[in-house]
Ligand binder design. Sequence first.
Ligand SMILES: NC(=O)c1ccc[n+]([C@@H]2O[C@H](COP(=O)([O-])OP(=O)(O)OC[C@H]3O[C@@H](n4cnc5c(N)ncnc54)[C@H](OP(=O)(O)O)[C@@H]3O)[C@@H](O)[C@H]2O)c1
Length: 346
Amino acid sequence: MIDVAILGATGAVGQRFIQLLEGHPWFRITELVASERSAGQAYRDAARWVLSGGPSDEIAAMEVLPLDADVQAKLVFSALPASIAKEVEWQMAEAGHVVCSNASAYRMAEEVPILLPEANAEHAELVKVQREKHRWSGGIVTNSNCTSAPVVMAFAPLRKFGIEAAQIVSQQAISGAGYPGVPSLDIMDNVIPYIGGEEPKLETEPRKMLGALAGDHIDFLDTVMSATCTRVPVLDGHLVSISVRFAEPVSEEDLIAAWDSFVGPDPVPGLPFAPPQPVIYRRELDRPQPRKDRDAGNGMACVVGRLRPCPVMGGWKFLAMAHNTVRGAAGCSILNAEVLVETGLL
Ligand SMILES: NC(=O)c1ccc[n+]([C@@H]2O[C@H](COP(=O)([O-])OP(=O)(O)OC[C@H]3O[C@@H](n4cnc5c(N)ncnc54)[C@H](OP(=O)(O)O)[C@@H]3O)[C@@H](O)[C@H]2O)c1
């Protein structure tokens, strides 16, 4: 078994890590880290559990460590706010830890991949570039902003058609804002038409993730994306409405066949957290829906539907949905770590 530490273990994503790692065949949680507010307390007292069920008795009794603790685990999952992650994740990598991060701090660093393994497992090779450039034995691997996840999963099988331009409107769940997140008086009976910092991320991260590994960096996908991000009163599951123009004529059958047959590159399909079918196209007129589809593939699949021609783009439009704290955060990070183990980078 590989020992793992979770940074930000008491937050929305940290709790999801704890839930998803229970019974993992390769990884076992040995250290939990959070802020000074939580350090020194038993996990059960420090964390206000927001998921269904609860942590195991063993996790509940673990003492939460402060951020400056001498973490022993080689593999570190980070669910820290980006401002804190910037310093801590770098120090961890320098000290020889492999950090799989949910924070945005290093996503755009040239030698750091934004991994979503079905779309870009080969980008993990950048860890070797980091080791050479920074003379460290650790590494930093990020996963995307939670809304980029369904966009990249839906687009990965369609790259071969030449994605020229895309317009994206998101309806994002409240768990995407962490805990305690958006005040209930703001979100109940409402839609909030602005999420700070999200739109620039959604217009750039997918281009890096769908890009090609070119030695010591990624060549971004040559496309343009326009994003509008909104927050809606849904607990989990980000829904995105996408209009896209392709370089070549593409039929409805071509698109559905590309999604249906998509599995991602080796070694991804055989990994413990890889869903059997990463992209599920549903033909019903009223799918995908967050409540009904967020647990598809144990929360690791992207559900797509409502494919129809887009007269404005001269291409196609559809909806895609993925679980924001599973595929868009902790679950993707665990799959990323599995890729690192399987490829010998960890
Ligand atoms: N929620 C999502 O769907 C999602 C998806 C993708 C990426 N992300 C990213 O993942 C990260 C975590 O998000 P979240 O939603 O889980 O946030 P959250 O619920 O606010 O949790 C933040 C965690 O960080 C800890 N923390 C805060 N300040 C700290 C400090 N100064 N020192 C040490 N620990 C500190 C908190 O510990 P205490 O409890 O002790 O304060 C808590 O464990 C963020 O970077 C976020 O952008 C989130």
